[in-house]
Design a protein around this ligand. Structure first.
Ligand SMILES: NC(=O)c1ccc[n+]([C@@H]2O[C@H](COP(=O)([O-])OP(=O)(O)OC[C@H]3O[C@@H](n4cnc5c(N)ncnc54)[C@H](OP(=O)(O)O)[C@@H]3O)[C@@H](O)[C@H]2O)c1
Length: 274
């Protein structure tokens, strides 16, 4: 899918490296067709040594050689980078932005291009188990869409949506989601330690329980309520614990938290115009 093209990353941090690793692992493109740029020469050396790609400190050089350009800098850096690379971008280049909270209109205006893909990955993408939601401008043709899909699938699963507004919704659910899960994990491990388990044992019990719960939900396709009911015996331990979760308003808190994250994502997107 990516053979015969060139791929450049502007910003060569954690997410860029995860994509490079996944793309090369799948042999989607040869290393010499990948260029990554970033301010630190030692980081470039590291990437060159590990993956055999080209690494440079000049963003314009990377932008010039890439036909597909991934914007993988931090949101606060992207404003500086867009005017810097504008002249190095060809009108037909495909831009894939994974920069959180930066709307397509800002990238189109900043680079003077029409073919833009905007994606919202999440942290597990760093280990190839991510969930990335993405959309594209109408000018991105079928080949461009398939190329974007190939690049993004290096982070794990990807899902195309037709409406950019879905990216704010996805930010609140899958983008921010790992933090919700980490918080719940932490609370469970602490509860296990409170019960008297060592932290190591509590962690193992919690991690495996979480992975197992997701696996059974996926494999059976059963609704979570069904799965929950099947382990809730009358007057039993699960019923007692679930009663306390409901009494504490867990469901309402979760709903309010996700809604607040969504509103924050929309507000940050509006600020990006300023
Ligand atoms: N990490 C995630 O799980 C995640 C999830 C969703 C979305 N994202 C989005 O993905 C993007 C990248 O995130 P990340 O976690 O990979 O961040 P990161 O590791 O900090 O990577 C950003 C890279 O940009 C480099 N950089 C700084 N200034 C630059 C400049 N002027 N020109 C070119 N490169 C420059 C940094 O170099 P130095 O280190 O030398 O400063 C760093 O290597 C962000 O916009 C973030 O919102 C990340």
């Amino acid at each position: 899918m990516l053979r015969g093209t060139t791929l450049s990353f502007i910003g060569s941090g954690t997410m860029a490296e995860a994509m490079i690793r996944g793309i090369l692992h799948e042999k989607l493109i040869s290393p010499d067709a990948i260029t990554a740029s970033g301010p630190r020469p030692e980081r470039g050396q590291e990437l060159r040594g590990q993956y055999g790609i080209r690494a440079v400190t000049d963003n314009c050089e990377a932008a010039r050689v890439g036909k597909i350009i991934v914007l993988s800098v931090k949101p606060q850096t992207v404003r500086k980078v867009l005017p810097e690379i504008r002249e190095a971008i060809a009108p037909d280049d495909l831009i894939i932005s994974i920069v959180a909270g930066t709307p397509i209109r800002v990238i189109k205006k900043g680079l003077g291009v029409a073919k833009v893909v905007r994606a919202m990955p999440n942290t597990p993408g760093q280990v190839g188990r991510g969930m990335t939601v993405w959309t594209a401008t109408p000018q991105v043709d079928e080949l461009g869409q398939r190329q974007a899909q190939a690049v993004l699938s290096a982070l794990g699963k990807e899902l195309y949506v037709g409406d950019e507004g879905d990216l704010d919704r996805a930010t609140a659910l899958s983008g921010t989601g790992p933090a919700y899960v980490f918080l719940f994990m932490e609370a469970l491990v602490d509860a296990g330690v409170h019960l008297g388990f060592s932290r190591r044992v509590a962690q193992e019990l919690v991690y495996q329980t979480m992975e197992g719960a997701v696996a059974i939900a996926r494999e059976t396709g059963a609704h979570p309520v069904e799965l929950r009911n099947s382990v809730t015996s009358p007057g039993g331990t699960t019923a007692e614990a679930l009663y306390q979760f409901e009494k504490g308003g867990l469901r309402t808190v979760v709903s309010k938290a996700v809604w607040a994250a969504y509103q924050r994502s929309v507000a940050l997107g509006e600020l990006a115009d300023e």
